[in-house]
Design a protein around this ligand. Structure first.
Ligand code: TXA
Ligand code: MG
Length: 321
């Protein structure tokens, strides 16, 4: 595993095209990429992450044209409307796959998930590789998603390159919104910073279904336990009653109380800020030797707050008292 700066991106792109594994920044979280058209390379992702093969991957593209070869033609007009309104950006569209998409990418499903990221390094890498890039988040299965190259490196996965990010970009910080599209109905499979309301406002007449916790599809972003730090994580019930060895993550300022190990994702519960800083705050607590357990504040479960709480319910699930 080698960490490289973006000046050496061509080496990483060649490696990807030839079947290697490359972790790269996106505007959401780091992805662990392989040539999506090479089933053996894609198998390497599952191995490196210790990810069960029933969990399908997102295929990343760098221009709209690539969509045509991945989705069965003709596509539902709603797919193109979503693409035009939200791409490049943190939206993943699930739709009937074409024959060139290997089964291992979709875990045998008839649909494939496609995303056109906006991060310049991700775009350049995919463009130089000249192939669509299958990429889950670049973490061991079930653990915290990475938002920096250091978060990726500490997972010690068997991969070829990690590309540094200069962090000039303001990142979204949590994974993309995943929607499946059938006719004029769009179903939210995983909430993200693009919300149901954003989609309804952008595309008049669209029907957006938001099954939330009642979702029936076996899609691991939908597993109950996921995104967990390696230390117990609990929600804060009573701010005055937190153990001394706890790290505390807050999303709005609590006046007149000071804590030893405390991180603010935002001082004003600005949900974009919270999302952007959420995983890095959890990583910092995971790394801090003074902290043996983590307590985190909830946010309002509205708009982007739905996506944030989705990640937090999963992250706290195995530690619920
Ligand atoms: O922001 C993101 O989406 C990041 C960056 C790297 O692009 N990727 C990411 O990938 O979060 P991953 O593998 O951690 O999550 C992909 C989610 C999973 O919940 C998976 O089950 C779902 O997308 N998914 C992928 N393909 C699908 C399909 N064909 N049908 C239903 N769900 C699918
Ligand atoms: Mg993931």
């Amino acid at each position: 595993m080698e960490i490289i700066s973006k000046d050496r991106i061509q080496i990483a792109a060649d490696c990807l095209r030839n079947g290697g594994l490359v972790a790269f920044p996106t505007e959401t979280v780091y992805g662990l990429g392989a040539n999506a058209l090479n089933p053996i390379a894609v198998a390497g992702i599952f191995e490196a992450k210790k990810r069960p093969t029933f969990d399908p991957l997102i295929v990343h593209i760098s221009e709209l044209e690539q969509l045509k070869s991945l989705f069965q033609q003709p596509v539902t007009p709603l797919v193109m409307q979503l693409a035009e309104k939200f791409w490049p950006g943190p939206l993943t569209i699930v739709h009937k796959k074409s024959e060139i998409v290997p089964d291992i990418v979709t875990s045998g499903l008839d649909e494939v998930a496609v995303r056109f990221p906006s991060h310049p390094i991700a775009l350049e890498l995919i463009k130089l590789a000249g192939v669509p890039v299958a990429a889950p988040s670049a973490n061991l299965f079930g653990q915290l998603s990475p938002t920096t190259h250091k978060h990726v490196a500490k997972q010690n996965m068997n991969i070829d390159f990690i590309i540094e990010s200069d962090n000039l970009e303001k990142t979204v910080g949590i994974e993309s919104t995943v929607v499946s599209v059938e006719n004029n109905v769009c179903t939210i499979l995983r909430p993200g910073v693009i919300t149901a309301t954003d989609i309804e406002l952008a595309i008049p007449g669209v029907i957006v279904k938001n099954p939330g916790k009642n979702i029936k599809i076996s899609s691991p972003g939908l597993l109950k336990s996921h995104y967990s730090p390696l230390k117990p994580l609990y929600f804060i019930d009573d701010i005055n009653n937190i153990p001394a060895n706890a790290g505390i993550i807050l999303h709005k300022k609590i006046p007149e109380i000071t804590f030893r190990n405390c991180i603010y994702t935002s001082e004003t519960e600005n949900l974009l800020e919270v999302a952007s800083n959420l995983f890095s705050a959890l990583h910092l607590m995971e790394e801090n030797p003074e902290v043996t357990q983590i307590y985190i504040q909830k946010v309002v479960e509205n708009g982007i707050g739905i996506a944030i709480m989705d990640r937090l319910y999963k992250a706290t699930h195995q530690y619920q008292k």
